[in-house]
Design a protein around this ligand. Sequence first.
Ligand SMILES: Nc1ncnc2c1ncn2[C@@H]1O[C@H](COP(=O)(O)OP(=O)(O)OP(=O)(O)O)[C@@H](O)[C@H]1O
Length: 532
Amino acid sequence: MRMASKDQILDWNVAGASLCYLAVEIVVYFVLTLSLEFTLHHKIKLTISRVWWNLFRHVKYDMSQSYSEPLLGSFGESSMFMTDEDADVTAERQRILNGLGDNAIICLQNLRKVYPAGKNHAMKIAVHSLTFAVQEGECFGFLGTNGAGKTTTLSMLTGEERPTDGTAFVFGTEVRSDPKSARRHIGYCPQFDALFEFLTAREHLQLYAKIKSVPENLINNVVNEKLEEFDLWNHAEKPSYTLSGGNKRKLSVAIAMIGDPPIVILDEPSTGMDPIAKRFMWDVISSLSTRRGKTAVILTTHSMNEAQALCTRIGIMVDGKLRCIGSPQHLKSRYGNHLELELKPTEVSTLNVDDLCKSIQELLHDFPKDARSIIGDLETCILGSSLIASKSIAEISLTAGMIILIARLFGNEDSIKTIVSSNPVSDGVFGEQLSEQLLRDGSIPLRIFCEWWLAKQKFTQIDAFILASFPGAKFHGCNGLSAIYQLPYGEASSLADIFGHLENNRMKLGIEDYRISQATLETIFNDFASAM
Ligand SMILES: Nc1ncnc2c1ncn2[C@@H]1O[C@H](COP(=O)(O)OP(=O)(O)OP(=O)(O)O)[C@@H](O)[C@H]1O
């Protein structure tokens, strides 16, 4: 369009039409935004009402079904229905519901979360009437199997999820009625790093310092302090997407700790960290609850070492229910009613291995002449064995067929089951690796087989001795070349007796070293998890 000499700038054919169009647009979009906000708000309300109604219908329905547990209002009700509840968990519930946990910094009372059924999934009770309290200066280890309900519980504490029933108090504020105020007291490090890819570590800390209302003049100090505390100086100016997994976790924990919140919730804070970074993080976390002494920490972790190192109290969740609660030592004393014996047999001597190799070589060489009739289907074996005399021991490899044959000739066919099995199992020596090698390569070197055979014999002897000496003892797997047993521990078997008995027979059996320890948190956790 060309402007004639007498046209003004605001004329319709110059800028007037465009300006009018823009003016109309302002009004239309303003009204549109308002109406969308308004109707959406109502839509959300409507959806929430629908969800509540569905939930109500489900709960009503559940009450008449046997698979549901009633909503718990008082201790009397709960104890009546939770007959399988552990005594410590019941005692904690009773303590809280009788008002004795009121001074606790975090207090959960029959907290429950039910996810209603959706199109693709059934209704899920993620958390069943959870009741416990955490005091200031305490680091509470919230452990549990995958899907046990830990994150859901933490989300209810932080106000991310609304409890279906029950409630929780955070610093005296009820999370149901006032989630915003409750949240003010909490520093939360979620399971997955909630970072902005293109913001640097420093910018993240500045942003969260502002969100947490740190006074403007203190922000730089606070940010520098956190960079120092979490050893992030060298990464301060890097965008977060370039940080390693461990440093991202460090940054997430640092963000949670900005403003020194009295409650810090850490959902698997040390995931993806190397051992040094992990130790470093443990120091930071333990200083929170011990040195500062005013902070309550809830820590979820899958590392039993971490829980043992940091937590003053531990609760183990399985399938939405708290299965046990107490200090690490209390749990070990209460549930670890056995000792763990880890013993390592002495290595087999080279002389014995050489002798056995020679015997097998001779045996296989003589075999076709002596006993061809009994092998029938082991033709390949025989063909292999006819070449054996001309080979050096180092060149001889044994196929599965030959191994079966040797075991049969030695009259001990059972012992090779582990290595010729297609499902490798741990057998106390290195049969699992041999089995895998046999599957992969089709054969194993004679010398390796002989080492295994002699080690296996030694192990069988030790195994028989342990099972006969300590009635109720159980083989509990292997740790490298060591075998682990669970020994019953009680008045009938003192530690001195066990040590005495092992020392007296150690040389005879060929035990290089051994250690006896109390049950670890890991075994206790595994016992709870497997009892699901
Ligand atoms: N939004 C949801 N809708 C339906 N079910 C859900 C939802 N969120 C979680 N769940 C279910 O609730 C249960 C508890 O989940 P949650 O994430 O709390 O477990 P978790 O103990 O934190 O597990 P992990 O150790 O793997 O993080 C799981 O069975 C999960 O599938």
